[in-house]
Each structure stands twice: as structure tokens, then as C-alpha cells.
Design a protein around this ligand. Structure first.
Ligand code: ADP
Length: 444
């Protein structure tokens, strides 16, 4: 400011001096005053030029140098430029942050929709697009209730009570593949709302499976328990002779064995689910497994066909000399279950073939082929579900729990093997387990 005032005085003085000199030369009495006024005008013009140059510089966003500017205008220019740069930096920074937030929301596994105070869409992420079929660009400023037409959601939106979430079917939901969404609105800011959606299909399915499982287990246990209680009451209330008592005790023993088998299978399943998969450190000769399976098959066939006088024709075609890596008891349980099913479901006298062979991929194939009733195609895909039975009474009569193939499936998965079921109604079935190369060591 001092420089500006001094420059002003300098212009006036210089103008006055020039006017005085002119007065001397031209005998002009007003010369000094005209000179002072002219000096003031020159100062004003120079000052105005400085101001205009600053404005011109600022118009191009301060992206130029202050060439030729002096004094206060140079300072005004420099300070303005610094302020502009700070503002730009802040703007860029907040834009970057906004982009970061939006990118984070974009990859969120939950659907996110930002709604304004009129429930119009301001922004949504890809998951929300997937869940509701809305698109950020296309449906911007559209009222959400016009696009998501589920009656439950519409009622929830209108209720203005967003304490709880609601469930609704997802856009891609179909009767064969239901998709369940949990949706909740969260008010924020000045009347805006955040709509969050979560795919809870798997949770709902797990919950339904758990409910079914508990209902099935209760049912399976209640039946033999009711029978047992009935026999106990009979023994307590009726006068029975020795033969009758023995008969009832045999029936009671049968029911308690059934419950024991069921509990054992349930424990096996929960152990399989709760423990890590067997590694490759324990190798068992295949011949040892086959010998055990053969013994168990003979005993079971003898027991089942005792009253029919004729056993099954058991063929063991185990020419492969190999070792299998895994848990021996699990392997025995899976292979044994397949053989025991074949024996239980195949009528006495018919052929059951158990074979092993090397696969083209250098793995091991274990298969059980029976000549029993076979299984209709619509059942085949569901056989490994817990408690799924095609022939309920035959399963129960032969001591089945409905858990055998579920155990087989778990064991094969834990050994990186695959279970394949092929069956022809009236002809028989083949249950085949393929072990991968890394779990087999061939000796011949
Ligand atoms: P279960 O204890 O009832 O045998 P599984 O899980 O082992 O239970 O088998 C499920 C159902 O699959 C059985 O109830 C039976 O209906 C059918 N099944 C299994 N193996 C055979 C087979 N070899 N032949 C015909 N049906 C079979």
C-alpha cells in the first residue's frame, strides 16, 4: 500500500513539475494544476491497467505468471492465485474421496440405493441393479416404488416405519430357484434414505434345511420310541408266557438297534462335517478294505436272506493292487454303505458285482452294480439328501436310516472323489466312486 501511495504522490509531483516547466516556457498560468491533474490521470490509467491485467489473469483460473505486474496488484494476483489453487486442490481431493466411497459401495456384496426425500433414486450400486433390476443411469430420479413393485416392499416404503427389515423375492427369483432378499431403509440427512438389500437365500435355505433336519430326526426317533413304549406297557400290563415275552423282547431289541444305528449315523455325519479333510499321509491297501467289505457283505446278505434260503450272488472283481490315501474308517463306511444298500435293496438270489479298476486318468474306480429294482430318474439327483428315501418301508425294514448316501457323498467329497449314480428302473443300479490320481498308488 505504501508503494501505491508513494507512486500516486510521485505521479502528482511529476505532473506538477512538468506543468510548472510548461508554465515557464509557454507563460500558461494554470500549468502546474493541469500537470498535477494529468499526473493523477496517468496514475489512474496505470492503476486501471494493472486491475484489468489481474482480472484477465484470474479469468484463466490463475494459470499464468504475474509478468509486468507491480505493487499491490502483483500481491492481489499472487494471493488470489494461491486461494484458487487451494480451492482446486480441495475440490480434487473431495472428488477423489467421493469416488473412493462410491467404488467401495460399488463392490459391496449388499445392494445400496441412495434415495432423496421423495424416494427418488439418486445413485445405486451394481448389486442393487442385480437385486432390483434398476440402473443408476437409466432410472435416475425415478421413484423407487414405481420400479420395485413387490407389495410387501411398497407397504414397507409407505409405512415410514423402518425399524425392521422386510424380505422380498429378488428380481431373478423363480419357483425352481428362489432368491430371497432382506431389505431395509435407513433415514439420514434432510429426509433422504439409504436402501440396503442383502441376498439371504442361502441363509433361508440353511434355516429350512435345519428345520427339516430337526423334524426328520425327531420323527425317526419318535417312531421306534413309540413302539418301544408300547411294548414296555404290554409287558407291564399283560400276563404273557415265556415265548410271548421273548417275542416282545426281540421286537424291542430291534427298535433299540434302529435308534442306535440312527444315532451312530448322525454322529458320523456331524464328525464328517466338523473335521478337516483327510490328508495324503495315511495309505491303506485296497485289498484290506475289500476283504473287510466282503466279510460285512456276506454277513449282511446271510442275515437278510435268512428266511428265504438263498443268498445274493456276490461277485468281487478286485484285480487292482493299489493303496488308497485317506481315512480308513471313512472309506470303509462309504464303500460299505454302497454294498450294504445293494444287498438291502436287491432281492435274494440276484447278482451284485463289486469291482475296482484303474481309470484313464490314473485314478481308481470303485463300483457297486446290483440287479435290484432300480431307481426312477426323478429320484436319482436327490438320493444323497439326508433322509431322502425312494422306498420308505423297504429302507426301514432292512434297518436303513436314510443317511447312508449322505455319508457316502460327504466321504467322497472329503477324499476329492466323485460319486456317480446310474440306474434303470426294473434293471438295477450302479453306484460308482472315482478317486483322483493323487489318492491312489498302484502296485501293478
Ligand atoms: P437308506 O438307509 O434308506 O438306505 P440311503 O441314503 O443309503 O438310505 O439311500 C437312500 C435311498 O436310496 C434309499 O432309501 C433307497 O430308496 C434308495 N437306494 C439306495 N441304494 C439303492 C439301490 N442299490 N437300489 C435301489 N434303491 C436304492
Amino acid at each position: 500500500m505504501l508503494f501505491r501511495a508513494l507512486f500516486f504522490l510521485f505521479c502528482l509531483t511529476a505532473g506538477g513539475l512538468v506543468g510548472w516547466w510548461v508554465k515557464q516556457q509557454l507563460q500558461l498560468s494554470n500549468g502546474p494544476w493541469i500537470g498535477v491533474t494529468a499526473g493523477g490521470v496517468v496514475w489512474f490509467v496505470l492503476d486501471a491497467v494493472g486491475a484489468m491485467r489481474v482480472l484477465a489473469y484470474l479469468r484463466v483460473n490463475g494459470n499464468s505468471e504475474s509478468h509486468g505486474l507491480l505493487g499491490v496488484w502483483k500481491e492481489v494476483f499472487e494471493r488470489s492465485r494461491r486461494l484458487l489453487r487451494d480451492r482446486d486442490r480441495l475440490l480434487t481431493e473431495s472428488q477423489r474421496r467421493l469416488q473412493d466411497f462410491l467404488s467401495a459401495f460399488q463392490v459391496s456384496p449388499n445392494g445400496v440405493v441412495l434415495l432423496d426425500s421423495q424416494a427418488r433414486i439418486e445413485w445405486c450400486n451394481q448389486t442393487a441393479t442385480h437385486h432390483f433390476g434398476i440402473m443408476a443411469q437409466r432410472d435416475l430420479a425415478q421413484i423407487i416404488g414405481n420400479l420395485v413393485r413387490d407389495p410387501g416392499f411398497i407397504a414397507y416404503l409407505a409405512s415410514r416405519d423402518y425399524q425392521r427389515s422386510v424380505t422380498m423375492p429378488g428380481r431373478e427369483s423363480s419357483p425352481s430357484r428362489p432368491v430371497v432378499l432382506s431389505v431395509q431403509l435407513h433415514p439420514y440427512g434432510d429426509g433422504r434414505t439409504l436402501l440396503l438389500s442383502r441376498d439371504i437365500t442361502a441363509l433361508e435355505q440353511a434355516d429350512a434345511m435345519r428345520r427339516d433336519f430337526v423334524a426328520n430326526v425327531s420323527h425317526e426317533i419318535r417312531t421306534p420310541l413309540t413302539v418301544l413304549a408300547g411294548f414296555v406297557e404290554t409287558l407291564q400290563t399283560l400276563e404273557l408266557d415265556d415265548d410271548e415275552r421273548q417275542h416282545y423282547l426281540r421286537l424291542m431289541a430291534h427298535q433299540s438297534t434302529r435308534m442306535q444305528t440312527l444315532v451312530n449315523d448322525l454322529l458320523t455325519l456331524s464328525r464328517l462335517e466338523g473335521s478337516p479333510a483327510p490328508d495324503l499321509s495315511c495309505w491303506t491297501p485296497l485289498s484290506q478294505l475289500m476283504a473287510q467289505i466282503w466279510q460285512d457283505a456276506l454277513s449282511l446278505s446271510r442275515l437278510i436272506t435268512a428266511e428265504q434260503g438263498e443268498m445274493h450272488q456276490l461277485v468281487f472283481d478286485d484285480k487292482v493292487d493299489a493303496e488308497l490315501a485317506g481315512d480308513v474308517s471313512e472309506l470303509l463306511s462309504a464303500m460299505g454303505n454302497l454294498v450294504s444298500n445293494a444287498i438291502r435293496y436287491t432281492p435274494a438270489g440276484r447278482v451284485i458285482t463289486v469291482s475296482t479298476s484303474k481309470t484313464p486318468e490314473n485314478g481308481l474306480m470303485f463300483s457297486v452294480m446290483d440287479t435290484g429294482p432300480g431307481i426312477a430318474p426323478e429320484h436319482v439327483g436327490r438320493l444323497t439328501e439326508r433322509f431322502y428315501r425312494v422306498d420308505r418301508s423297504r429302507s426301514r425294514d432292512t434297518g436303513g436310516t436314510g443317511l447312508g448316501l449322505a455319508i457316502v457323498k460327504h466321504v467322497t467329497q472329503r477324499h476329492s472323489a466323485t460319486l456317480t449314480i446310474e440306474s434303470k428302473l426294473g434293471k438295477g443300479s450302479v453306484f460308482r466312486v472315482d478317486f483322483p490320481q493323487e489318492r491312489v498308488r498302484f502296485k501293478n
